[in-house]
Ligand binder design. Structure first.
Ligand code: SF4
Length: 66
């Protein structure tokens, strides 16, 4: 069995969330309050796409309904 088979496969949203938690010392509130709005991951940092007021975007809401 190769090493990749042992790793849990994450969705893109979960992977971005994990990266943001790592970046913020594993403090969820720090991810939510992240001031680096020019970071390419910023809109996805909560595990789904949000706008400037941390509200889910229309796209994320549609995915939630599925
Ligand atoms: S959005 Fe960028 S700067 Fe902010 S926590 Fe995520 S990776 Fe770090």
């Amino acid at each position: 069995m190769d090493e990749k088979d042992n790793k849990k496969r994450l969705t893109r949203g979960q992977a971005i969330r994990a990266k943001c938690l790592d970046c913020s010392g594993f403090q969820p509130i720090e991810v939510k309050l992240c001031p680096v709005v020019n970071c390419p991951l910023w809109v996805y940092r909560l595990g789904y796409e949000v706008d400037e007021s941390n509200q889910k975007t229309g796209k994320a809401k549609k995915q939630e309904k599925k």
